[in-house]
Ligand binder design. Structure first.
Ligand code: SF4
Ligand code: SF4
Length: 109
């Protein structure tokens, strides 16, 4: 079976702000995103901690970008992450995926 290229990348977790509705938080939905890993943005929106830092890096990302990475909340990751480049694990990227990879010096999928 072909290896999932995302497990050796992680560039998108260190490129974009990850904002989502409070209803996805663990305090609102069992199995949701741990509240402590987020910061408030508006009354209804929260952001993954670290994704608006410079340089950006989501606090939930473990490992070394471009080598070996893992989302530590993968099963309960927020919707923007679930929807991002859905075919990348199959080796088919899109524009946003390519942009994130380029910033890390990685070639597009
Ligand atoms: S979706 Fe693209 S940028 Fe994100 S981890 Fe996978 S290959 Fe890397
Ligand atoms: S929650 Fe997981 S998939 Fe989403 S940006 Fe953070 S490390 Fe990446």
């Amino acid at each position: 079976m072909r290896e999932d290229p995302c497990t050796r990348c992680g560039a998108c977790c260190a490129a974009f702000r990850v904002d989502f509705h409070r209803s996805e938080l663990a305090s609102a939905t069992p199995g949701g995103v741990p509240d402590a890993l987020t910061v408030p943005v508006t009354a209804t929106l929260v952001r993954m901690r670290g994704t608006d830092a410079a340089p950006a890096r989501c606090v939930a990302l473990a490992g070394e970008i471009g080598r070996s990475v893992r989302c530590t909340i993968y099963a309960g990751r927020p919707s923007p992450c679930q929807e991002f480049a859905p075919y990348a694990p199959l080796g088919i990227g899109d524009d946003a995926c390519a942009r994130a990879r380029r910033r890390q010096g990685l070639a597009p999928l």
